[in-house]
Design a protein around this ligand. Structure first.
Ligand SMILES: [Zn+2]
Length: 257
């Protein structure tokens, strides 16, 4: 098999999709820290989407079991590749096959169109691009009574095991727990980027008011003598802060100094 293939995708839609998602998260006039935080969030979301697809591949089970003839393909292939193979297998029933004794090859026919084919090699676009068994190969296999399943005509790209080996959900460094139902649940711990927040004057006022209320409540429960001491202390603190001085608090005996 050739090492390169376009998998019948002649567009850059996937790249454009990622670009659109990044642009929706990152604003044009972002500062460098904002840009980096937004980019990390975007990467996190994209990885989450990939994890979801990987989990669905394992957890989702079709309502109807796969046909017996191609059941082995279902076991080995990803759901996307299996659906393509299933369609090819159904289409193979529309073809007739002739065996050319002279060259020991097969000719597959449909609507007067002929194509040279073999049990493990075909010259059609689907086989060349997708590296999966085509309808012609299935027709020849049926005619020659060969085994329908043949791993040599499957590119490893489409195999479940290969897919799992590149997904972080199935990597060993992820934490795997077993749920009550016996299904493995993988949990990834990705620390969120820390964001430095600058408070507005209004936010600072609201936060300070909350503690000022608590302070007033505590002072109101004190005796009159203690209250006046505490009130003078609060006034002293306020005066010092207005003059730009720094105050440190020390606890001594009964009173806050
Ligand atoms: Zn073919």
């Amino acid at each position: 098999m050739a090492k390169t293939s376009n998998y019948m995708n002649m567009t850059n839609n996937r790249l454009e999709s990622i670009n659109a998602k990044i642009k929706s998260c990152i604003h044009r006039y972002s500062t460098m820290p904002e840009f980096f935080c937004s980019l990390m969030k975007c990467i996190d979301v994209l990885e989450g989407e990939r994890d979801q697809r990987a989990a669905e591949m394992v957890l989702k089970v079709p309502m109807q079991p796969p046909p017996n003839d191609i059941a082995q393909y279902y076991e080995v292939l990803t759901p996307y590749a299996y659906n393509l193979v299933k369609i090819q297998y159904q289409l193979s029933k529309e073809y007739t096959v002739e065996h050319q004794q002279a060259g020991d090859y097969y000719v597959v026919c449909k609507d007067k169109k002929k194509l040279q084919c073999d049990v493990a090699k075909c010259h059609c676009e689907f086989f060349s691009c997708m590296k999966l068994p085509s309808r012609h190969i299935f027709a020849v296999k049926k005619y020659s009574k060969s085994n329908v399943f043949d791993e040599s005509v499957i590119n490893e790209r489409w195999q479940k095991e290969k897919y799992k080996s590149s997904q972080r959900l199935f990597l060993r460094n992820s934490v795997v727990y077993e749920s009550d139902h016996g299904q493995a649940v993988s949990i990834q711990n990705i620390p969120a980027p820390k964001q430095k927040k600058t408070l507005t004057e209004q936010q600072k006022y609201k936060m300070a008011m909350r503690d000022a209320h608590l302070l007033a409540e505590t002072m109101s429960h004190a005796s009159t003598k203690k209250f006046h001491v505490q009130l003078n202390l609060v006034k002293e603190i306020n005066r010092a802060w207005r003059n730009g001085r720094t105050i440190s608090v020390m606890f001594s005996g009964k009173y806050l100094l």
